[in-house]
Design a binder for this molecule. Structure first.
Ligand SMILES: [Cu+2]
Length: 134
């Protein structure tokens, strides 16, 4: 039984999954907005879809895309984002980001912020991001 459990643990550890790397949040004061940036990589063998991100630090958390409309930068909410297998989507300033609307507390450089990502297939994935300036 112990052997079986160890094998399962190893298999689980190695099983391909959705990966969220280099997660960071822009510093901002309570009541203001901020954004979360990271690299999202699909290591599974199927397309998966990011459907939601949640965090206790903001009143509202939305996945946004920055669009250039005739020279004007505009943000649009992305309700679901498909990620193909082996695809890496970079969430970075000027592109995709997770918008933190109306912060419930100050986010100072060095602090850690918890997030939960929800995927259609992979389910919930917990991520810790560090607050830092770009
Ligand atoms: Cu935004």
């Amino acid at each position: 039984m112990i052997f079986l459990l160890s094998v399962l643990t190893i298999l689980n550890f190695n099983s391909p999954k959705m990966e969220i790397d280099s997660a960071w949040v822009r510093p901002a004061a309570k009541g203001m907005n901020s954004a979360l940036y990271f690299d999202l990589r699909n290591n599974t063998s199927n397309t998966d879809t990011l459907i939601k991100v949640s965090s206790p630090v903001a009143e509202l958390v939305q996945v946004h895309e920055t669009l250039n409309k005739n020279g004007l930068m505009e943000m649009k909410e992305v309700k679901s984002l498909g990620v193909h297998k082996n695809q890496i989507i970079k969430f970075a300033p000027g592109g995709y980001h997770v918008m933190l609307i109306k912060l419930k507390k100050d986010l100072k450089a060095g602090a850690k912020v918890g997030f939960v990502f929800y995927f259609k297939k992979a389910g919930k994935i917990k991520v810790t991001a560090v607050v830092k300036s770009y």
